[in-house]
Design a protein around this ligand. Structure first.
Ligand code: 5GP
Length: 310
């Protein structure tokens, strides 16, 4: 049977409707991204009124990638785990798929806002991404968070204080700490000095119900995960590779050969980001610090000292 073309007026109306639907979906994605709506609220809206709700026509992939700190690779892996095809829309899911997706979202939400707030968070990321600046900001603005002070054999830089930035120790002292089982993990970083996380202060802080933050390298993050699987691993990302190069060269603390070596290491480190539970992009230090602290689900500091929201 020959296809009958819709009259022009219908085509125009359909095009307008398509644009309106796209805009409505974009608004839903923005709301998830800026946390004004939770993904659970969105799926519930989709399933309450499937034919017309913009939430229903959102693809599951779009829903997941709108969640802050969930990247495209992790979203794709999650969909595979849940048995949901790449092209599926939220409103088009079957009963079992809906149940699996809802359970996954609920599980994730409980992890981000646990009833028992004390937790161990590991912050890692490539060289020069700003881990040090983010953890310093947290130390100065979020006194409820216990920041682990590592031991290192590297000499102090100007302005660094023993016991605050690091415990600066000799090689022999470091050996003794390891031999007496006082270290949770240790690593030789950038093929140069040794670094390690003292175990006792962390156990004490966790026992007191405090959240603990460890700012360590990738090897350390893996070792902590193996020793304490309940630890939450957060990967700090630069906004772009070019920005990372600019930050490394801009800080001027390494010579060109060392800069090149660190950039090579950074490439390997960036490739490991999918091993982490959450990813935070360091556009700006106070915003990245706030996102990390939110993952610990501790009360915010009073509004006077609260960092501004971007
Ligand atoms: P920096 O010498 O610039 O302060 O630190 C160099 C690297 O060592 C950074 O990537 C930092 O995250 C890492 N680091 C600092 N403390 C520890 C630690 O206790 N364990 C591990 N594995 N890495 C650490």
């Amino acid at each position: 049977m020959p296809r009958v073309a819709p009259p022009d007026v219908d085509r125009t109306a359909a095009a307008h409707a398509a644009v309106a639907a796209r805009r409505a979906r974009a608004a839903v994605k923005r709301a998830i991204h800026d946390r004004s709506r939770s993904p659970i609220e969105v799926v519930e809206a989709a399933w309450a009124d499937p034919p017309s709700a913009p939430e229903a026509s959102l693809r599951v992939r779009e829903l997941l990638t709108s969640i802050p700190s969930l990247g495209p690779t992790r979203a794709a892996r999650t969909m595979e785990q849940l048995g949901i095809a790449e092209s599926k829309r939220v409103g088009g899911l079957g009963v079992r798929q809906r149940r699996r997706l809802l359970e996954w979202l609920e599980h994730r939400e409980n992890r981000a806002h646990p009833t028992a707030p004390s937790r161990l968070v590991v912050l890692a990321g490539p060289t020069a991404v700003g881990k040090g600046a983010v953890s310093t900001y947290i130390r100065e603005n979020y006194p409820d968070v216990h920041l682990s002070v590592s031991a290192t054999t590297r000499p102090p830089r100007p302005g660094e204080v023993d016991g605050v930035n690091y415990f600066f120790v000799t090689d022999d002292e470091f050996d003794r700490l390891v031999e007496t089982g006082q270290m949770l993990e240790t690593a030789t970083v950038h093929n140069a000095f040794r670094y390690g996380t003292p175990r006792a202060p962390i156990e004490k802080a966790l026992a007191e119900g405090k959240s603990v933050l460890l700012e360590i390298d990738l090897q350390g993050a893996r070792a902590v995960r193996a020793a304490m699987p309940e630890a939450v691993l957060v990967f700090l990302l630069p906004p772009t590779w070019e920005e990372l190069v600019r930050r490394l060269i801009g800080r001027g603390t390494e010579d060109p050969i060392e800069q090149q070596r660190r950039l090579e290491t950074a490439k390997t480190e960036l490739a490991a980001q999918d091993e982490f539970d959450y990813r935070v992009v360091n556009h700006e230090v106070s915003q990245a610090a706030r996102e990390v602290v939110e993952l610990m689900a501790i009360p915010h500091p009073p509004s006077s000292s609260r960092p501004s929201t971007r």
